[in-house]
Design a protein around this ligand. Structure first.
Ligand SMILES: CCCCCCCCCCCCCC(=O)SCCNC(=O)CCNC(=O)[C@H](O)C(C)(C)COP(=O)(O)OP(=O)(O)OC[C@H]1O[C@@H](n2cnc3c(N)ncnc32)[C@H](O)[C@@H]1OP(=O)(O)O
Length: 237
């Protein structure tokens, strides 16, 4: 498995720079070109296949895209930066100008989308609004290693958090995340995270998910989460 990972890495490096929108900005670029490239990266939807995706991931992606045709499922786009509206929603609660400099903030990006293609988090989320559930297809790349050859539990927790959060919609924060790691996930393999909204109680959203192998035979993890809808009357800072 490690050998296939290395081979994957080699082809990933070979692809670097050729991919449209690859986030590679060298310091010697002219300012205008740098701005143009940055814009392209910001607006790129990363929840789409790229050459690092394995056969399994592409196959599952195609199956879910078919399910989207009748409107029962939708693919959620994914960007490196939050939209202006989302930022505004959260700014109201959390952004104390004394704590985060504006310049630093302009560099901010979702950390799951900060890796070169194939090296970190490759994922796409599909949502079924009627059934209040999502399916996240996730391939954890070689830079997410914990124990040699295995995906780091923190990387799995991150994806679980994002998958559960995708069932909520709106401005929410994770208040509690409870994970049972049942089997280690092989690095570079594809897992399927099935998440659902179990209960809504005022501002509290209770969610759960399981993480399985593509053939559904292996249950890697089970988790529950409590998300809280932000109260417009309150500010955390
Ligand atoms: C627009 C969105 C777009 C997003 C785009 C980007 C996508 C990126 C996705 C990235 C994903 C990144 C995701 C991340 O990384 S989120 C980052 C990790 N999470 C945090 O940092 C959260 C820190 N905590 C807080 O800010 C506050 O505590 C929150 C906001 C959560 C609640 O503070 P608030 O002052 O608002 O509420 P409240 O205290 O009145 O409590 C309300 C109710 O909730 C109950 N309660 C609270 N906590 C717990 C608990 N731990 N267990 C059990 N119960 C709990 C509480 O008893 C009460 O119940 P009740 O008395 O009413 O019955």
């Amino acid at each position: 498995m490690l050998r296939s990972c290395t081979a994957g890495l080699r082809s990933i490096w070979a692809l670097r720079g050729r991919r449209e929108g690859a986030p590679r900005l060298s310091m010697d670029l002219q300012p205008a070109r740098r701005l143009f490239s940055t814009e392209k990266v910001i607006h790129k939807d990363w929840a789409l296949p790229n050459p690092s995706w394995s056969k399994d991931l592409k196959l599952l992606f195609d199956q879910f895209m078919k399910k989207c045709e009748d409107g029962s499922w939708e693919r959620l786009p994914s960007y490196k930066r939050t939209s202006t509206q989302e930022s505004e929603d959260f700014k109201t609660y959390f952004l104390d100008p004394k704590l985060v400099e504006e310049e630093r903030l302009s560099q901010a990006q979702l950390f799951t989308r900060g890796f070169e293609d194939g090296l970190g988090f490759e994922y796409v989320i599909f949502k079924n609004n009627d059934e209040k559930r999502t399916v996240c297809l996730f391939q954890g790349g070689p830079y997410l290693q914990g124990v040699p050859g295995l995906l780091h539990g923190g990387a799995m927790a991150t994806m679980i958090d994002i998958a559960l959060g995708s069932c909520t919609g709106g401005a929410v924060m994770t208040a509690n995340l409870n994970i049972n790691f049942k089997r280690p996930v092989p690095l570079c393999s594809v897992v399927v995270i099935n998440s659902q909204l179990d209960k809504l109680e005022g501002r509290k959203l209770f969610l759960s998910c399981n993480v399985r192998s593509v053939d559904e035979k292996t249950l890697y993890s089970e988790a529950t989460g409590l998300f809280i809808k932000l109260d417009p009357e309150k500010s955390s800072t």
